[in-house]
Design a protein around this ligand. Structure first.
Ligand code: ZN
Ligand code: ZN
Length: 276
């Protein structure tokens, strides 16, 4: 038996690093036979990436209008999502995020770490004094601090815990191993599970691995052992050819890890799908 496939992490032109029209995303997702998709554009405050990354109320309104239009047009095939970036200087600017965003406007919210004390964790600067293992641990350690200052009603899952793989680390094989950051992940998973939250399996990191192999079985297994019951799965596509990328393989990984469900969302309520 196989599961229906859902892509729960997609970026349109409403993201500063995206260019796809919503129609393009929908058309491609339909071609791929996906059951449902969730468009999750970036919303950031206090961004060190420049003015483009500072989401204004007008940008957010335009995004919401477009999502609502497309949800109606597709009879709910499109869910209204968003990827909120942790503000860089916690806790001061969390209140800017809180005053900008109404979480009830969305079906699903990812929170992600994209900046680390004024720099991107993908840059040479970040990796200058860190091995890949140290970078992975530093990234999760930072999330462990940020997430405690971030209101729980403002997210459903934590995005891409393997984000550093996509950085300029100079490794031929940047696969992450649980041993790099087990202590940090245990702390993070405990927090998420206790709060009734989860993490996503983000397939975009696989594109950075040799032969586009998968990684993450070891930390997903730990998540299951600690009581993690579900994840969401998304491609983080910014381009048409990335939509739906390796969703079935990610589901195989989730099954192998012993996680019993994956989730989709409707008005912030998780809908559980048994992993077959
Ligand atoms: Zn992200
Ligand atoms: Zn993203």
């Amino acid at each position: 038996m196989t599961n229906n496939l859902f892509d729960y992490h997609l970026h349109s032109f409403h993201s500063p690093d995206g260019s796809m029209e919503l129609e393009t995303i929908v058309q491609r997702a339909r071609e791929l036979g996906l059951t449902e998709i969730c468009i999750t554009d970036h919303v950031e405050v206090d961004s060190s990436y420049g003015d483009d990354w500072q989401t204004s109320p007008e940008t957010l309104r335009a995004l919401l209008n477009d999502l609502k239009r497309m949800q109606e047009l597709t009879n709910g095939f499109v869910k209204k999502g968003v990827e909120l970036g942790f503000p860089d200087y916690n806790p001061g600017t969390v209140k800017d995020m809180v005053s900008l965003v109404n979480p009830d406007d969305f079906d699903f919210i990812i929170v992600s770490l994209h900046q680390y004390h004024g720099i991107s964790p993908l840059t040479d600067t970040f990796f200058k004094e860190r091995t890949l293992a140290e970078a992975a641990a530093a990234y999760i350690k930072e999330i462990n601090e940020r997430i405690r200052e971030f209101p729980t009603e403002y997210y459903d899952v934590l995005g891409h815990i393997d984000f550093v793989v996509k950085g300029s680390h100079g490794y031929d094989d940047p696969s992450l191993s649980l041993s790099f950051f087990e202590e940090e992940l245990r702390e993070l998973f405990r927090f998420l599970i206790d709060k009734g939250k989860s993490l996503e399996v983000n397939t975009s990191a696989y594109r950075a691995l040799p032969g586009h192999k998968l990684h993450g079985l070891d930390w997903l297994t730990l998540f299951a052992q600690m009581g993690g019951e579900y994840v969401t799965i998304g491609s983080d596509a910014h381009k048409k050819e990335q939509i739906g990328y390796r969703l079935a393989d990610a589901l195989d990984l989730v099954r192998a890890a012993g996680i019993p469900y994956f989730a989709t969302f409707d008005q912030r309520q998780a809908i559980m799908h048994k992993v077959k």
